[in-house]
Design a protein around this ligand. Structure first.
Ligand SMILES: NC(=O)c1ccc[n+]([C@@H]2O[C@H](COP(=O)([O-])OP(=O)(O)OC[C@H]3O[C@@H](n4cnc5c(N)ncnc54)[C@H](O)[C@@H]3O)[C@@H](O)[C@H]2O)c1
Length: 283
């Protein structure tokens, strides 16, 4: 295996970006940022109204398509439509996500199935459907998986969410090493924001009826999540801008809120020192 030089992508104009969860929040902001750089877009979401609203904010005519990222066959069909309609994909943003709260011992099977389905399998399904064809095309490209700082921390009341986001971080790290082994022209980033005002505190709006059983203690944590999200200092647009700066710089870890690094350092030190974990979340 030779030295893998990394894959900064700076020439965006005319190239294709696929964004999941593009009907709201960070996904919408990524769509606006990608369109501003002259990219051709494919926007996927379960929320067609949200996708229409995103499309209305853009100058061009993106491909929009209903796609439940937790369903492998939906994502495969979306990939078929994108590759045949727009050609090769250069940026794949696996961004769609949902949040559930509550004590770990009161989580429901539905909480797990829904959250793992969207937050983890959504990313895995995107990688499986798009990356083999991106590699085969031989062109440069990048996969940007939206995790969270919750992918590095352990937040009380967020065990399900944290478990999915930690999984997205390690999935991304493994993939980075594998692409280097193959000397593929595809880079990877894991986008890890802290709180930003988006629709994430209302993620229940997208919970499928067949997975409706919700953690009975969720309400204890919902108000705190809403307040934290609403008081986030960076906007979704800020996060999208920082994401593109990270892509241009070929940065794997894109941490949008530098102050949170102290909490990550504490967790890492706790592990290395074999200390009982510190609860770094302010109350
Ligand atoms: N906002 C924050 O504070 C924050 C912080 C860290 C990480 N994140 C992550 O950012 C990503 C985007 O979230 P956001 O904050 O913009 O929230 P949001 O609710 O505004 O947007 C999420 C989008 O995902 C879509 N979605 C939900 N389930 C889906 C499914 N099964 N298939 C396809 N699309 C689906 C929703 O319809 C929505 O348009 C998520 O992965 C979230 O975990 C958000």
């Amino acid at each position: 295996m030779g030295e893998w030089a990394g894959r900064g992508l700076r020439d965006f104009a005319g190239r294709v970006a696929v964004i999941t969860g593009a009907g709201s929040g960070i996904g919408r902001a990524l769509a606006i940022a990608a369109a501003a750089r002259g990219m051709r877009l494919a926007l996927l979401d379960v929320d067609m109204k949200g996708l229409e609203e995103t499309r209305g904010l853009l100058a061009g005519q993106p491909l929009i398509r209903r796609c439940d990222v937790s369903k492998a066959e939906d994502v495969q069909a979306a990939a078929d439509a994108v590759f045949s309609g727009l050609g090769n994909v250069h940026l794949l943003f696996n961004n769609a996500g949902v949040a559930v709260g509550g004590y770990s011992w009161l989580t429901t099977a539905d909480d797990w199935q829904w959250s793992l389905g969207v937050n983890l399998m959504g990313v895995a399904n995107g990688i499986r459907a798009f990356v083999p064809r991106m590699i085969a095309a031989g062109d440069e490209g990048r996969v940007i998986n939206t995790a969270s700082v919750a992918g590095f921390l352990s937040v009380p009341g967020s065990s399900v969410y944290c478990a999915t986001k930690h999984a997205v971080v390690t999935l991304s790290e493994c993939m980075r090493h594998e692409l280097a082994i193959e000397d593929a022209r595809i880079g990877v980033s894991v986008l890890c924001p802290a709180f930003a005002p988006t629709g994430i505190a209302d993620a229940e709006r997208n919970r499928p009826a067949e997975l409706a059983a919700k953690n009975p203690s969720a309400g204890m944590f919902d108000a705190r999540l809403r307040k934290a999200v609403e008081s986030g200092r960076l906007t979704a647009d800020d996060i999208a801008r920082i994401a593109f700066e990270g892509i241009e710089a070929d940065r794997f870890y894109i941490l949008t809120h530098p102050k949170i690094k102290a909490a990550i350092a504490t967790r890492m030190e706790d592990i290395l020192e074999e200390r009982t974990p510190t609860d770094t979340v302010p109350r």
